[in-house]
Write a protein that binds this ligand. Structure first.
Ligand code: CA
Length: 713
């Protein structure tokens, strides 16, 4: 069968799915005065969402005010669209000329009629499913860039693709990474001055970060900026990297990749002609292994300002010198002009993983303020004179202590976009506390293509002892923080059950929208945080909402579908509990009457075979599990819902263990065979650990049941 024919058949299958797409009736001629029909009659102009962060400043503040704090209670589902996958969804939709464009799992692209939901076309870049093993954080994609009828997006396996927006046909595609290295692309490109800018990820696995610009018309590379120096013996690409090399103490970091990937955020100031990139963590995390004599390790964990014409360095601000905790500065950056007390300043704002909210002068990189927005144990504060954090003793885990550190590698804030409302002057942060125990892995060996953190993640696993476990879980939190960047403190906060809640949208209707890990899509008052409306999305929502107006009607849209790194590794720490992935595009309007089909959850049946392995074999399996398995199958083999819960394997699956784990029988789901990496004995030990966890889960449930009976009696 030809590729074209295959695609046609898949399209038919998809159109079949769209049959399940429902929508409300068009407004009637006799609609009441406050209905959308009257708005349409008033000829209100269409308002698009043309760029990833809505605009170059990436504010994610919609100026639309048809939906307000007064009428949001009447918000209802206008239509929905079922995606053909069941993995994480993190995309920001684009809305242009009545079409809503989204990216899905495995870097697929979908174009739907924005008013009706009808699928117009889709494109599958055929990412090899086996590439999933090189992704730290699920097979997600965060969105597209658009310019003059053309779309641009990255693929998990490192390609940059341009499509014709009209029909999804391919204009060009280029490989932006060396396939010999475990690079991935999950971030959205940005279009700036005739080029499309794209970064990549993979620092957990060991790569060297960079950002590249490609010509919009030809796909030819215009420039590339590496964020960290390579092997000094090979010379340096530019003076900025030569200076950076002086901050890398000892070691052969280039053999381990070094890190500094630009995997998500960018912003652009056309007036200053500056492109801002957010740079990620070191590879491996542990600086003792990467750069044993220390140093700041520029430009890890930095905001770097580049000249977008040629990619040359202009300035940088490093949020976490000598990064050793996975404290990326790849988090969302917002440009705004705000008065900090001495006149209006052009600022750039970021809440990176390390827990401090930074306000910088975006022309010079000067630090204006930095205050903790999340729980921070690694530093007391940021010194405004030196611009550097003041670390606490023991923060660098050189002494083998097993204290809880906050933030952990998930960060006080991750990729989930913030939103800045000029109406309220507040930055809305999807924040969290999720601790980690950092201990050097004394047996560390670099494993190309697999996780290489240089820390012993067994120590960070939740303990079995119920009191110790509860003590850890008590530190785990999630919140929306409405941050006042002038005062440097929160003005209100909304608490969530746990971490990994969705990105944010604020609107001129005095509203803030967010989906959460518990499966609710919620509207709050932007000025007070009062909860005004919610919708049962039937799945965890991590992606950020958008808003647009079409035919006189304001819509709110969000991609729903549980997934991403914390959803995979989180285990019990997710707190909201495992939630199924139901991958959908949800679009709302005032008076929307559509409804989702009922969600039916399958109960988790944990019925393990007898454990015949020794305690030593289970312990050995624990180590291998935490090295190779936990980042997709969860701490303690407790699934967050978007990958199979291994404790609940059926007898048939237990019998097929070798075929799946070593042979790669489920490679089409992204579960590659580890036969070239793990021995049969190691695989058996992992199997024993999984059975041990299943038995533990049943024992816990049994104890809980006894407790309930005792209370009742
Ligand atoms: Ca990372």
């Amino acid at each position: 069968m030809t590729a074209c024919c295959k695609r046609f058949l898949f399209l038919i299958a998809l159109v079949g799915l769209v049959a399940g797409c429902s929508r409300d009736e068009p407004p009637s001629q006799t609609a009441p005065a406050d209905s959308p029909a009257v708005s349409a009659a008033a000829g209100l102009p269409d308002v698009q969402w043309p760029r990833h962060g809505l605009n170059d400043s990436e504010t994610r503040f919609s100026p639309l005010a048809d939906i307000t704090d007064a009428n949001v209670g009447k918000l209802g589902l206008a239509w929905y669209f079922d995606y053909p996958t069941a993995r994480g969804l993190e995309a920001t939709p684009l809305v242009i000329d009545g079409v809503i464009y989204t990216t899905g799992s495995w870097s697929m692209v979908f174009a739907n009629d924005a008013a009706t939901g009808q699928l117009l076309w889709f494109y599958d870049p055929q990412v090899p499913r086996s590439w999933a093993v090189h992704g730290c954080c699920d097979v997600v994609n965060r969105g597209l860039a658009f310019d003059k009828g053309r779309l641009y997006f990255g693929t998990l396996d490192g390609r940059l693709v341009s499509l014709n927006a009209a029909d999804g046909s391919v204009r060009w595609q280029v490989q932006t990474t060396d396939p010999e290295w475990p690079y991935t692309i999950t971030g959205a490109p940005r279009v700036i001055k005739g080029n499309v800018i794209i970064g990549n990820g993979g620092a957990e696995f060991g790569v060297r970060g960079y950002v590249s610009a490609y010509n919009l018309d030809s796909g030819e590379m215009a420039w590339r900026f590496y964020t960290i120096p390579g092997n000094p013996q090979d010379g340096f690409e530019n003076e900025a990297l030569k200076r950076a090399a002086d901050t890398w103490g000892g070691g052969e970091w280039w053999k381990l990749g070094g890190g500094g990937t630009v995997w998500d955020s960018m912003a652009y100031d056309p007036e200053l002609n500056l492109l801002y990139i957010g740079v990620g963590n070191g590879a491996p995390w542990n600086q003792q292994i990467r750069s044993p004599a220390g140093g700041d390790n520029l430009y890890l964990s930095s905001i770097v300002a580049l000249n977008p014409d040629d990619g040359s360095y202009v300035w940088h601000y490093q949020t976490t010198p000598g990064e050793t905790w996975d404290y990326t500065a790849t988090q969302h950056m917002i440009l705004a002009d705000i008065d900090l007390g001495a006149g209006t300043r052009k600022v750039i704002m970021q809440a990176p993983k390390n827990g401090f909210f930074y306000v910088l002068d975006r022309q010079t990189g000067e630090l204006l303020s930095a205050e903790a927005y999340a729980t921070v144990t690694w530093a007391t504060h940021v010194d405004l004179e030196t611009g550097r954090p003041v670390e606490v003793a023991g923060a660098r885990y050189l002494d083998g202590a097993t204290d809880l550190h906050l933030p952990g590698p998930i960060g006080g804030h991750n990729w989930h976009p913030m939103s800045y409302s000029p109406d309220t002057g507040l930055v809305y942060i999807p924040a969290q506390d999720a601790p980690w125990v950092y201990v050097t892995d004394e047996e560390f060996q670099y494993r190309p293509g697999y996780w290489n953190t240089g820390t012993d993640s067994r120590i960070a696993a939740l303990p079995d002892d119920p009191v110790a476990r509860q003590a850890v879980l008590d530190t785990v939190k999630g919140a929306i923080i409405a941050w006042d960047p002038v005062a440097g403190k929160p003005r209100w906060r909304v608490e969530h059950a746990g971490p990994w809640n969705g990105g944010l949208l604020s609107t001129a209707g005095n509203l803030v929208f967010q989906g959460n890990a518990g499966g609710q899509f919620v509207a709050y008052r932007a000025d007070t945080g009062e909860r005004l409306w919610s919708f049962d999305a039937q799945t965890g929502v991590v992606a950020p909402p958008i808003s647009f107006r079409l035919g006189g009607v304001q819509y709110i849209a969000v991609v729903a579908g549980w997934g991403g790194s914390m959803a995979l590794v989180g285990g019990e720490a997710l707190k909201a509990g495992a939630i199924a992935n139901r991958s959908r595009l949800l679009v709302f309007r005032v008076g929307g009457q559509a409804s989702l089909p009922p969600a039916v959850d399958k109960p988790l049946v944990i019925d393990p075979p007898e454990l015949t392995a020794s305690a030593e074999q289970v312990a050995a399996g624990f180590k291998e599990f935490m090295t190779y398995c936990t980042f997709c199958h969860g701490d303690g083999a407790v699934s967050g819902g978007s990958t199979p819960d291994l404790r609940a394997l059926t007898p048939e699956k237990h019998a097929m263990w070798d075929a799946i784990v070593l042979g790669g029988m489920h490679w089409q789901n992204g579960m590659v065979g580890f036969g070239g990496v793990l021995s049969k004995e190691q695989s058996d030990n992992i199997h024993s650990f999984v059975i041990d966890r299943a038995i533990f889960a049943n024992k816990e449930a049994g104890d809980a049941a006894v407790k309930v009976e005792q209370v009742v009696n």
